[in-house]
Design a protein around this ligand. Sequence first.
Ligand code: FES
Length: 111
Amino acid sequence: MGNLKVTMTDVNGVTHSFGDVDAGANLMEVGKAHGVAGIFGDCGGGCACATCHVYVDPAWWAKVGEPDDIEYAMLDMVADVMKDTSRLGCQVKMSAELDGLSVKVAPASGV
Ligand code: FES
């Protein structure tokens, strides 16, 4: 078990903090492992469904970084709920640099 910390606010507005996250785990896996409402990960982390969509805390954006073109294209499909700090959770891997990361689960797209 890891010791990285992640805070996730679920789709209902309930905030959960975890301190047992492994380096290399992605945010979709973390959310699913802890039953965070609104994280589904339907495609299994293949960057093909956007059911792991999160908004990164702006304070962390520089460290998390921009989505690549493929991820951006997927996010663009849920443009009705996309924000400037949107990422697909399955594409954000935890590392010591992201210890303490805070994200909010995005609502489901109406598209
Ligand atoms: Fe499908 Fe992340 S789990 S895009």
